[in-house]
Design a binder for this molecule. Sequence first.
Ligand code: TYD
Length: 137
Amino acid sequence: MREQTPALIQLGALGTDVFGYLTVAENNKEIPFAIQRVYWTYRTPTGVKRGMHAHKKLQQVLFAISGKIDIELDNGKGKRVAFALDTPGVGLYVPQMWWRDIFFGENAVLLSLASELYDAADYYRDFEEFAVAAKAL
Ligand code: TYD
């Protein structure tokens, strides 16, 4: 399987400082897949780390729709990349088979647009197990 690359997606913003802003995400347009599931994470105490898993199949685009969220992605083969999300109009595309560590800033709200319905069997929750599988691809 050819490795997909994580990337920031600029969705932009419609509006003005006077009236406020909105950002739009549509299937197979700004978002490079059909969205099957949306979830959001909130009231996470400052400095808490979440994520700590990789997905076999699922792709997603993550947004910090409020606050700041630092995300570190690891391909299990020695490549680690860091992203800082702090703009609601910018998403982070996370392909399948990338381990994610997610660090929440104060009052941060993470929005996730996912390519699959929830499936516990799609997760690697042990990094070493993930790394063995990633190297075998
Ligand atoms: P998890 O994916 O580990 O969240 P995070 O990566 O943000 O730390 O999910 C936390 C718990 O919620 C876990 O028990 C699985 C459950 N869950 C669902 O039942 N459905 C879902 O769509 C998601 C995302 C999680």
